[in-house]
Design a protein around this ligand. Structure first.
Ligand code: PNS
Length: 157
């Protein structure tokens, strides 16, 4: 059975993330969306809240599971016995950082492959940070995140 890990902060999950999850779920038998818990960023949502939102948004995708990890991604991948990490690539600006992470992960764990899916053009500018900023300033984020996520953001403000 083929499987892949889609790791990230997901604070919160956006439609760009969801697009990558849907496409990865067509390529692999199982996709694990893995929420990083020890992020240095100050998050809007707790790990449990992030996982709950991802579970809600991916509820119609039977081969997608949601999990959490801390520490190195390569250690988590070993623990899951999974050799593929899926990442979404939005723009040239993402490339340098993603390239660096992919190479470092490869150096640490040679069997691990990082598979980049180019983002859907519709979401190429989208990030959790920009969604939160626009939302906090009363801008409309309706086509950028699930309505359920909007409800959860409203509860935070
Ligand atoms: O959504 P993000 O913040 O871009 O996700 C980044 C993430 C979680 C994929 C990355 O920070 C990560 O893998 N962190 C785990 C720690 C680790 O393995 N660091 C070394 C990577 S080179």
């Amino acid at each position: 059975m083929s499987s892949a890990i889609y790791p990230g902060s997901f604070d919160p999950i956006t439609n760009g993330h969801f697009d990558i999850i849907c496409r990865a779920a067509k390529i692999f038998d199982k996709v694990t969306v893995a929420v990083l818990t020890n992020s240095s960023k100050k998050p809007m949502f707790t790990t449990e809240e992030k996982m709950e939102m991802i579970k809600h948004v991916t509820r119609d995708l039977p081969n997608v599971e949601v999990d959490t990890f801390s520490g190195l991604l390569i250690d988590y991948a070993k623990q899951k016995d999974c050799n593929v990490v899926v990442k979404g690539l939005r723009a040239v600006t993402d490339f340098e950082y993603e390239f660096q992470m992919a190479l470092m992960n490869k150096k640490l764990h040679n069997d691990l492959e990082t598979l980049f899916l180019t983002t859907n053009n519709k979401y190429s500018y989208l990030s959790s940070s920009i969604v939160k900023e626009v939302f906090k300033l009363n801008g409309c984020v309706e086509e950028l995140v699930d309505n359920y996520v909007i409800e959860q953001m409203k509860k935070k403000l």
